[in-house]
Write a protein that binds this ligand. Sequence first.
Ligand SMILES: Cc1cc2nc3c(=O)[nH]c(=O)nc-3n(C[C@H](O)[C@H](O)[C@H](O)COP(=O)(O)OP(=O)(O)OC[C@H]3O[C@@H](n4cnc5c(N)ncnc54)[C@H](O)[C@@H]3O)c2cc1C
Length: 440
Amino acid sequence: MESSNKVIIVGAGIGGLASGHFLSEAGRSVEIFERARIPGGRIQLLEKDGARVDVGTQYFHTNYVETYKLLETVGMKDKLIPIHPPVQMIRDGRGYPVKHNTIRYKIVPFWSNLKFGRFVLTTLINFGRLDPYYNDPLPEFEDIELADYVLRKCDKETLEFLVRPIICAFNLSDPEGESLAHFLRICKQFLTASDMVLPGGMFSFPQALAARLPVTYNADVKQIIVESNQVRGVQVGIGKEVRRIETKDVICATPLKELPHLLPSLNDVEKKGVNAFKYSQFPLANFFMKRKISGNQWAYVLSRSEDFKTAYTSDAAVKCGEMVPSGKSVLQTWFAGEAGYQLIDEPDEKIIALAKKEMNRVMPSFESEIESAEIVRHHTGMPRYQVGAYRMLRDFLESIRRIKGLHLVGDYYGHSTLETVVRSARRATDKLLEAASPFS
Ligand SMILES: Cc1cc2nc3c(=O)[nH]c(=O)nc-3n(C[C@H](O)[C@H](O)[C@H](O)COP(=O)(O)OP(=O)(O)OC[C@H]3O[C@@H](n4cnc5c(N)ncnc54)[C@H](O)[C@@H]3O)c2cc1C
């Protein structure tokens, strides 16, 4: 086994990179292993004919704190651009404009609006307590199923035309099975913040961080070696070579679902916690168009109750003009929720054909205006908090503390956002440094 006094970090998504940055800043040596050939994880970029299109993470929210500090470190905070692109919800072929942070939606009748408003406002009493970026326990909301609650407290209109589109857009999941607590965290985020983008693409952020850190790419960590509840090292596959590196501290900044492979000795509570936790999965169809075809419209929100599998279609050229200098539309069709699971492993042609068929219903000239199409698949979308998952996740996190030297970083600590991850990296690295301090 190679010996090392470095902290080993598994994964060069924003969690691993933020951890590497915080530790390096504090004078610790780190080594980051990333399975892919590039950094960023779920922050992904598609480049084509001069266009730079975000195909993973879409924006920063104005209430991020730790993420903004990190952006400042790499000289990018001043580059952020606020965006307020118009959105239309479609019902019976008619468009209803919506404002981003509003609770007044003309797509549903007056009474449904009132019921939804009352629902959000009554929970506003708890809003001060709700942290979208950290899962403080909310026992009174965690075990209530969102779809069932909305049907009881509001009506079907509210479920189909407000709640479903919101959770589809912000979490890429359907309301069935999802916990009410999760929806309230999402509402708090989108009602209290607006959006910012980086004109070079969201990917430029992890790219800039990674350039300052020792990252080895194409390096698949096979196992975190643990003996007597203490981390002893890692086993990493780099090409045909397998390296065993000794270390006392490992930051695991991978999605939670990787843990059973990395830590074969998980106990039953831990396995239950990991297995209870699902990620949304979906393909994203990107259409590069011959011209700007959506006017100044950024997104069209469609409804499952009108037999659409598309949750919404957004135009990257309207979201941020600097990213698509040609000005031609780049329409992105998001299949969220159940439709996403059904389509994720289907061939590209089938996904493209379905997206075309559905978009033709909204924009009759759609198909004839396509120049080319590209599919991006998200096998690890966003964490879902189904009823019961919060508690099982907390049990898991409590139990896994038995392994000394193992530090977990990820978006499963709150609603799936960069801020959740960066904050978890801050907590994990502070703890690691504190434990290593001669004064602790
Ligand atoms: C489509 C989409 C849109 C989103 N939009 C937004 C948004 O607008 N705003 C926002 O704030 N958040 C958004 N999110 C959420 C945000 O992208 C994630 O919460 C965040 O990027 C997760 O970062 P991470 O570092 O925890 O995990 P990841 O980004 O998943 O990174 C984990 C890394 O670990 C690597 N890895 C895994 N296993 C191993 C192994 N065994 N060995 C070596 N490397 C390994 C992976 O290759 C990956 O690079 C979005 C997510 C998705 C999917």
